[in-house]
Design a protein around this ligand. Structure first.
Ligand SMILES: C[S@@+](CC[C@H](N)C(=O)[O-])C[C@H]1O[C@@H](n2cnc3c(N)ncnc32)[C@H](O)[C@@H]1O
Length: 283
């Protein structure tokens, strides 16, 4: 069992973390285990642990996050569930001096470290902290320490029972006025029509999270994804549910998004119904 760990983000740029991977060791492990980042198809790179895909084309929420980093590169930033590090790489290239890239699948982080080395981008390592572990339980962020956090396509893996602890953990880790950038899956996601009737019925009962699908992996909708990417459960949220969740934990909503998913028919992020997102500020 993993020990409880402490992340301390200092003003300078240090992160003390019991689960911070040593980058040289991560690269050696990736070589020994022959880890490589899987091939991209339709902007998606499959995860190794049944948690969907990393997307290679940045959505408008990621773009905003990167823009903030570019204008405040000295500040500490943290990304939950960043998979193979494509946003982290862009952030570091934009000058981030203290970037925590987290994922609960160590092989994702190790593959990313090896990729940077293979591409001769080792100068990026000094600002990069690879934080392996499941948020929030394995990763303790120092209170009021982060300028901003990115939670992109990760929130939907929580359940109605676990989500409040996670959002509270985000709130506590951010500095006053710090921001969280979130994107998550909506009940109107393309190709998930067979789940919609159950969602509407549950919504009519007035429950807080009508979009929780505890048996997603067994659903018809799930069968169109490769088996190795299929999550066990999914928590679908409409924009209003997402906003209320963050407002209840002390955030103010700054910006909101409703987006169509990118795929072979839709090559650009544009307004639509598949994904919802917010930029929210700690007040
Ligand atoms: C769907 S992928 C999204 C990757 C990337 N953020 C993106 O938007 O393209 C979700 C990633 O989050 C990780 N993950 C899921 N739950 C997590 C948790 N509680 N803590 C840390 N990582 C988590 C998974 O291992 C996976 O790499």
């Amino acid at each position: 069992m993993k020990g409880y760990i402490t992340t301390i983000l200092c003003a300078s740029s240090c992160v003390g973390n019991a689960l911070e991977l040593d980058i040289s060791q991560a690269i050696s492990d990736a070589e020994a285990q022959k880890l490589t980042i899987p091939e991209e198809s339709e902007y998606r790179v499959p995860t190794l642990n049944q948690y969907g895909y990393m997307f290679t084309k940045f959505d408008p929420i990621v773009e905003r996050f990167l823009h903030l980093i570019e204008s405040n590169p000295e500040q500490p930033f943290f990304e939950v569930g960043g998979a193979y590090g494509n946003v982290a790489e862009a952030a570091l290239e934009k000058g981030a001096k203290n970037y925590g890239l987290n994922d609960c699948e160590e092989r994702h982080l190790k593959s990313f470290a090896k990729k940077l080395q293979d591409q001769g981008k080792t100068e990026l390592f000094q600002a990069l902290h690879l934080i392996s572990g499941r948020c929030p339980e394995d990763v303790k962020i120092g209170p009021n320490s982060l300028e901003a956090m990115l939670v992109n396509k990760v929130l939907h893996f929580f359940s109605p029972e676990t989500i409040d602890t996670f959002v509270q953990w985000i709130y506590e880790g951010l500095k006053p006025n710090g921001r969280v950038f979130v994107m998550t899956i909506s009940p109107f996601y393309k190709g998930h029509q067979d789940l919609l009737a159950a969602y509407q019925t549950k919504k009519e009962t007035g429950i807080r999270f009508p979009g929780y699908c505890s048996q997603f992996r067994e659903s018809k909708a799930a069968q169109k994804y490769e088996e190795e990417t299929r999550p066990a459960s999914l928590l679908f949220m409409e924009l209003d549910t997402l906003k209320q969740l963050f407002i209840q934990h002390g955030f103010q909503i700054e910006e909101e998004f409703e987006l169509a998913i990118i795929d072979q028919d839709n090559h650009e992020w544009m307004p639509g119904q598949d994904m919802v997102g917010i930029i929210a500020q700690k007040i």
